[in-house]
Design a protein around this ligand. Structure first.
Ligand SMILES: [Cu+2]
Length: 73
């Protein structure tokens, strides 16, 4: 499963690491890339994940999830 999110509020590499770390903890086998310059978070996992949980985790870190697209592959 892949989720591409538009996220506002990340301002530096520390923000990126914070988001990536929180998602990694939740889904240890997943691949995550956060970009504060692109305002994006890319999430990819072989297991089935809860899109809502991914969004809530990012929001709980204090960032604003504007939109997202997910696809099962
Ligand atoms: Cu930061």
């Amino acid at each position: 499963m892949r989720i591409e999110l538009k996220v506002e509020g990340m301002t530096c590499g520390g923000c990126e690491k914070g988001v990536e770390g929180a998602l990694q903890e939740l889904y240890p086998g997943s691949k995550i890339k956060a970009s504060h310059t692109g305002n994006t978070v890319s999430f990819e996992s072989d297991e089935k994940v809860s899109v809502k949980q991914v969004i809530d985790t990012i929001r709980n870190k204090g960032y604003n999830v504007i939109s997202w697209e997910n696809s099962v592959n």
